[in-house]
Each structure stands twice: as structure tokens, then as C-alpha cells.
Design a protein around this ligand. Sequence first.
Ligand SMILES: [Ca+2]
Ligand SMILES: [Ca+2]
Ligand SMILES: [Ca+2]
Ligand SMILES: [Ca+2]
Length: 250
Amino acid sequence: MYKRSLLLLLLLSSTVAYSAAPNLIANGSFEDDDFTDVVLYPNGFTGPNGTFIGPTYNNNTLSGWSYTQNLDGWVEGGTWAAAYDGRQYLDLIGNTNVTNGIAGITSQTINTVPGKIYSFSFYWGEDVGHDLNELVTIQADILDSNNATLFNQVFSMNAVGPIAGVRGPNTWNYFETNFVATTNQTSIEFSATAPGNGDTSAGGVIDLVVVTEVHLQPANIPTLSQWGFIVLALVLAFAGYRQYYKSQTE
Ligand SMILES: [Ca+2]
Ligand SMILES: [Ca+2]
Ligand SMILES: [Ca+2]
Ligand SMILES: [Ca+2]
């Protein structure tokens, strides 16, 4: 009988499976809408490499996301560099020249649990409008529902410019951080600054935005396999006690 318990415990402690946490960001890779679809994206100069989205030209929507100014939905191929994931990505600025110099904010609000830890990651790079050494500047902000900043960082790099005629994010940069939610909703915001010097249209591109809940295994709490051995020790101790008790009462 104790052999069977031992087997069961060993089996339990070795079959703990961790499934990948789901992405809490909707349309995080910007693949949900076809940026080449002229019916879905009317009045946006829509073509094989994407579309202009925003108030100067249209009220076209971006599944899952909100925006305040023009932005570009780009599609890889031809002289447009490949997406990091799938085939589409965003340039965070349409063209500030047509919005009185104002750059927009692209954001998404997700449900969170106060006190829980979340992982936030995304890929970013230069836009198709960036030429050699033009500055790429992107900002990411995480805000709680009281507008308190949980995270904010500016990312910048000098653009590499076109490679063999292919423009945009020939190289993608990856960033990842953790944050602790403080309210039931949390907003993820992206913005960019155009390089200036006549270039008002190159914001900076993003792809594969991911937020997942982090399940930590605190160091001071025994792991399941450790619990297995603790239970096993108790079972053996009890068995030993029963043996002893039996020998004393016979
Ligand atoms: Ca994508
Ligand atoms: Ca692709
Ligand atoms: Ca642009
Ligand atoms: Ca440029």
C-alpha cells in the first residue's frame, strides 16, 4: 500500500504542467484587420503596402486599439521590410505635418487584477520613412485607471535606413518588463516622435504587443514536488507509528 502511495506521489510531482498564459492584448500583432482591404479601409490611400488610418482622412478602426491622431497600418512586401510577426505592423505616426505637429497616442485598455504581476513585451523598429541616422523615438506607457504611471520608457535608435532598397524595420528590437497592476483596468499606450528636419511622417513601428499574467513560484513556499516529499514523509511516519503502536499492543 505504501509502495502505491509512493508511486502516486512521484507521479503527481513529475506531471505538473505549465500552460502558456494567454495574451491579454487584443490584436497585439495587428493582423486582425487586412490593411490592404479597400472596403475595410476606405479613404486611406489603401494599397498593397497598407493604409493611412486617422482623422485627417477617415474614421477607420483598428481592432482592439484606440488612437488619437493619424497612424499607418503597414504590410510587409516589396520595398517594405518584413513584419516581426505575421505580415502587418503599425507606424505610430501618420504624418505630423497634417496634424499641426501633434503626434497621437495608440492605446488599449485591458482588465487586470490589482496586486497581480504582468509581463509586457513588444517589438519596435524604424519606419519606412526613416533614412540613415535619422532618429527613431518611441515611447511606451502603462497607466492604471487613476492615470497613475506604472511604467514609462522612451526607446530610441539611429535608423539604419534602406537595405538593398527595402525600407522600415529590417531589424526588430525586443523589449520586455514586468509591472504590478493597481486597478481593475490598465492602459497600454504607445507614441512616437518624428525625426524632424523635414521628416514628419516617420514615427516608429511596433509589432507583437503582449501582456500576460506572471505566475510566480515564491521561493519560501515548497514546490509541488517538495510537498510530495513532505506528504510522503508524513505517510511513512504514520506507517512507522502504526507499526510501533501495533508492536506495543500485541
Ligand atoms: Ca504583425
Ligand atoms: Ca511575415
Ligand atoms: Ca508614417
Ligand atoms: Ca526620412
